[in-house]
Ligand binder design. Structure first.
Ligand code: HEM
Length: 169
């Protein structure tokens, strides 16, 4: 079960089964229970997205082939596979269910949130490509590049949270 696609598929099936069970058992309260699950998933997703570029910053300073560099590789791979990827899948699946159930697909704030979340998912893709590059010792980007990249999920998170809580339009 090493392929990221297999892991993502497993996360998807487990989520679908889990939230199907919640929807069935919780009845009318299912929306709130699943919103809680959504928030838990996005906290995990964001924690990983904010920590991974930080690891890259330290990894840039470690000599290639050193023990420290190999330790960073393990930390980056585990963070991506065990936390970030499954958390993203759960955030998307449950978020889309909430949108469908709440009738939010017609709301202006939701369209804007969707754009910001797509941008966040694209930066997720960029970071997972970087995990592969670091693992194969072919990262050419500097620590200051990763310091800048670190700001992208932060800014998107602020935009998304304001949109979903304030619903300004
Ligand atoms: C991955 C795709 C996502 C989709 C499709 C999605 C969709 C939704 C929907 C439809 C709701 C329910 C809104 C309501 O009932 O008022 C919701 C709640 C929420 N979402 Fe997302 N979301 C996604 C990702 C995110 C991300 C990345 C964040 C934060 C960085 C986030 C933060 C929140 C918060 C804080 C709430 C609770 C809002 C409240 O209770 O008023 N979501 N989301």
């Amino acid at each position: 079960m090493s392929s990221p696609i297999v892991r993502a598929a497993v996360a998807l099936v487990v989520t679908a089964l889990g939230f199907g069970a919640i929807a069935y058992l919780a009845g009318p309260a299912a929306y709130d229970w699943l919103k809680a699950l959504h928030v838990i998933a996005i906290i995990s997703w964001m924690a990983g997205m904010l920590y991974l570029p930080r690891l890259f910053i330290y990894h840039c300073d470690a000599e290639k082939g050193s023990k420290q560099s190999e330790t960073f590789k393990v930390m980056e791979r585990r963070l991506l596979r065990a936390i970030i990827n499954p958390a993203m899948v759960i955030s998307w699946v449950v978020g889309l269910w909430l949108a469908w159930q709440g009738g939010w697909f017609k709301a202006g704030w939701f369209h804007a949130k969707l754009l910001a979340v797509i941008a966040l998912s694209a930066s997720h893709g960029y970071l997972s490509a970087a995990v592969r590059a670091f693992a194969e010792d072919r990262n050419l980007k500097s620590a200051s590049h990763w310091r800048l990249v670190n700001e992208i999920p932060t800014v998107l998170m602020i935009v998304i949270v304001v949109l979903v809580i304030v619903k300004p339009f």
